[in-house]
Design a protein around this ligand. Structure first.
Ligand code: 5GP
Length: 110
């Protein structure tokens, strides 16, 4: 059974896709928590950080985050978040990083 994000990657479910290459796809979060809220998702179905392999598509996430932050004009800064498991607030079991920006972030996160 493909994950929700695989179905988005395969265009079975619509999304505002802002970037893709052979390793990752990025699209805008349906429920944005900031003016810019983009999910960066490896094409490979990795459940989350807890099952991360040593090598793979996910290694592209950081560089794509940097590229998209530049494209989105986040000159004042931004935040990259990966939620892991129930305590981390993960709701979709397909590894993804949240690129958040366009407002001043608070610390500590909730
Ligand atoms: P998590 O809670 O797993 O860290 O993040 C999952 C994110 O996926 C949430 O921020 C949620 O708003 C987003 N999301 C859930 N379903 C969809 C969808 O169908 N389309 C898009 N674009 N985002 C989704």
């Amino acid at each position: 059974m493909p994950t929700l994000f695989t179905r988005i990657i395969n265009r079975e479910i619509p999304a505002d896709i802002v970037y893709e290459d052979d390793r990752v796809v990025a699209f805008r979060d349906i429920n944005p928590a900031a003016p810019v809220h983009i999910l960066i998702v490896p094409r490979t179905e990795i459940t989350g950080l807890a099952t991360l392999p040593d090598e793979g598509d996910h290694l592209a996430i950081l560089n794509v985050a940097k590229l998209l932050a530049e494209r989105e004009g986040l000159v004042g800064g931004y935040r990259l978040v990966i939620n892991q498991g129930p305590d981390g607030g993960q709701s979709v079991d397909h590894l993804h990083a949240h690129l958040l920006g366009g407002r001043k972030m608070k610390w500590p996160p909730g």
